[in-house]
Ligand binder design. Sequence first.
Ligand code: GLV
Length: 375
Amino acid sequence: VGKDGKNGGREGKAKRPRKLLTIADWQRAARQRLPRPAYDYFRSGADDELTLERNERAYDDWVIWYRVLRDVSAPRLATTVLGQEIQSPILIAPTAYHRMAHPDGELGTARAAAARGTILVASTLATTSLEEIAEATRAPKWFQLYVHKDRGFTKSLVERAEAAGYDAIVVTVDTPVLGRRLRDERGGFGLPEGLRMENLVAALAEGPPDGSTLSHYVADRHDASLTFADLAWLRELSHMPVVVKGVVRADDAAACVSAGVAGIIVSNHGGRQLDGAPATIDAVSGVVDAVGGRADVLVDGGIRRGTDVLKALALGARAVLVGRPVLWGLAVGGEAGVVAVLELLDKELARAMALAGCASVAELDRGLVARSRAR
Ligand code: GLV
């Protein structure tokens, strides 16, 4: 790649960052490489995308009251989540269709997570079977579950995950129906030829109802009658701890903990479900207080910088998850691209910790952050 202006004039200048220094750079590069419908599917939020935007923007409302004169010569990112040791508090959020981003697909993402010493949360909607993903890495990994109306099929997914060696079940509870993504609807988005939802082949083979679009699939197959009582059923299906993903309210978090879950992921599905939902970072403190240490609290949505991770951890999250940044890495460079994106975020976090006077993630406490203005 030439310098800006030397490689084809304005277009090259406008489109190709010379170096991928930030997650925003990776996103621009991914946008150039991906077919438009694929990029739009990954990028989109629901409806007017208010929550999608708010997730990112809300981090700017928090300021870091950095400490000085602490020994920060070797910031340590290592921590534990659900009792498992990880080298970084930045996990890979479950996202669908990785082979639509790059032929490496979920295998690339799984290997990259292992290389960086973090956890992949593999999606029910993967384009690689959960068994193949598990075979790609010995590193800890969790399986994200959608509870289907067909409880026998749901049970079979959990049993397959346990047999394949997954360490936790992450049940997504914010998707009784699919949020409305207008670009996908306008463009008639569907999976490209040759790709399938590999975990769902048996369910889809039962024929109608319709698996032609994700929205139809969710409406026909997901169990919209799911309640807190079903968490006990889910816990009984395996020895794996259950993590609930998609909570923003303190009372909901408390009810999940009473039902015996091991973790809560504060999430609004990356702004893809209920538009108008709060930014997840604004929901963290309330959930952390309600949970009171009885379960691990994680957060996803809008994390694009190491300083965002620092703020989330300071507000009480044990770890964070990133979804879209990983897809941009995958789209640009396959497995190596995901490694590079995770490394970028880890380095940004380590630098932010050093500048904030924190040598380990345990030192990221509430005294470190405050709202930048009164609300
Ligand atoms: C699937 O979970 C999606 O958000 O598209």
